[in-house]
Design a protein around this ligand. Structure first.
Ligand code: 1QQ
Length: 380
């Protein structure tokens, strides 16, 4: 063999070796794709898919392609636990996104924590989720951070003096929303005319709404998921209770317009994301999402989209070794320092503490914007 033939051979071998080093990066996605919480879970999955496709089209992360392994956790605790176990132990994903509901996160996140695998929630807003441990991350802004802002904005703009409260008492998120609304109402010295409850799966809220109407509130404070929250708005209007509704993260889905139609007006919510926020990052996201998914995005899609980019920034900084435990640890250690400006604006992580006050996981450090619904859209 002459050097003339050796050179191309060596070059070909080099390319092959390089190609062999590029590996797929498997990321687990466990979201509610069926059941009552699918209204959120499908938006979330779509947001992840768009970001991963964009990142891969731009060459992947350090030449490695992102591969999403998607599981439907159905918005149920037991299914979330099963999905987490499958993704962590069978599929051997590098990290997990999900689950959709805080109710499921509280049950399933300890499995990720115990197996030293990052779990990154993009929609969990209840108190205590990131207290589970130092592998638990979220970019969803908590009810504790958002609700005082939503309340004070609505109170100021509408001149509210007294409110009625309605909440679901059997779900981690709706209960946490209630706790935080209660605190904010006390702090802002807003009187409560009556407090009523409902349970997951209820369809008739007329008894509670009749009591609420009789108590003559200036507004209804509502901590609900959309499956119950949308019919609550419809039935309130049917009973002639036409006061503004101040909601939490559960009411922050474009599905409220499909489900409650004309009864969806006058709903106040807070979020770091708004379709009206005209930054270049958000503009690009809205155009790309609408093109890929043939529907308008919402906050849940935007937070999932940003979470994928935040993760990609951490992945860029680490050298994957192929040793899963080592690679999981490297990602865990790179993630807290990521700063990112995406569709939801400027983002960084803030350390959370556990019940004993020791450092635990990471919450979102982000500002909320307050919107109110009118004619089938959220407007700032
Ligand atoms: C939670 C929520 C829900 C509205 C998620 C979809 O914020 O469960 O924490």
């Amino acid at each position: 063999m002459t050097t003339r033939t050796l050179k191309p051979l060596a070059a070909a071998l080099f390319v092959l070796a390089g190609a062999a080093q590029a590996a797929d990066i498997k990321l687990g996605v466990a979201e509610a794709l069926s059941g009552g919480a699918a209204q959120y879970g499908q938006s979330i999955r779509n947001g992840f898919q768009l970001a991963a496709d964009e990142i891969n089209a731009a060459g992947g992360v350090n030449g490695n392609k992102l591969v999403l392994v998607v599981e439907d956790e159905q918005g149920k605790k037991e299914e979330a636990i099963n999905a987490f176990k499958k993704l962590i132990f069978q599929d051997k994903v590098l990290m997990l996104f999900g689950p959709t509901l805080s109710n499921s996160a509280q049950a399933a996140d300890p499995i990720a924590q115990a197996s030293k695998t990052v779990v990154f929630g993009t929609s969990n807003t209840a108190d205590g989720i990131t207290s589970i441990g130092d592998h638990v991350f979220r970019n969803s802004v908590t009810e504790a951070d958002v609700l005082p802002v939503t309340l004070s904005t609505a109170v100021k703009r509408l001149g509210i003096k007294k409110v009625a409260v309605l909440y679901g008492n059997d779900d981690v998120f709706t209960k946490s929303g209630y706790d935080n609304f209660k605190k904010a109402l006390e702090a802002q010295k807003i009187a409560v005319t009556t407090t009523e409850t409902f349970a997951k799966g209820d369809v008739d809220f007329k008894a509670q709404l009749t009591k609420i109407k009789a108590s003559n509130p200036d507004a209804l404070v509502l901590s609900a998921l959309i499956a119950e929250g949308a019919p609550i708005m419809v039935q309130a209007r049917q009973l002639g209770l036409n006061v503004p509704v101040i909601g939490g993260n559960g009411m922050n889905s474009v599905k409220v317009f499909d489900l409650a139609k004309g009864a969806s007006d006058g709903l106040w919510i807070g979020s770091p994301w708004s379709i009206e926020n005209q930054t270049k990052e958000n503009g690009a996201f809205i155009v790309a999402y609408t093109k890929q998914h043939k529907s308008a995005p919402d906050q849940f899609a935007a937070q999932a989209y940003d979470a994928m980019y935040i993760t990609a920034q951490a992945l860029k900084k680490i050298k994957l070794s192929g040793d899963l435990a080592k690679d999981r640890a490297a990602l865990r250690n790179a993630l807290p320092d990521v700063k990112w400006t995406g569709a939801t604006g400027a983002f960084s992580f803030r350390r959370a503490v556990d019940k004993a006050g020791r450092p635990a996981g990471y919450d979102a450090e982000q500002t909320a914007i307050v919107s109110a619904t009118k004619n089938g859209r959220y407007a700032i």
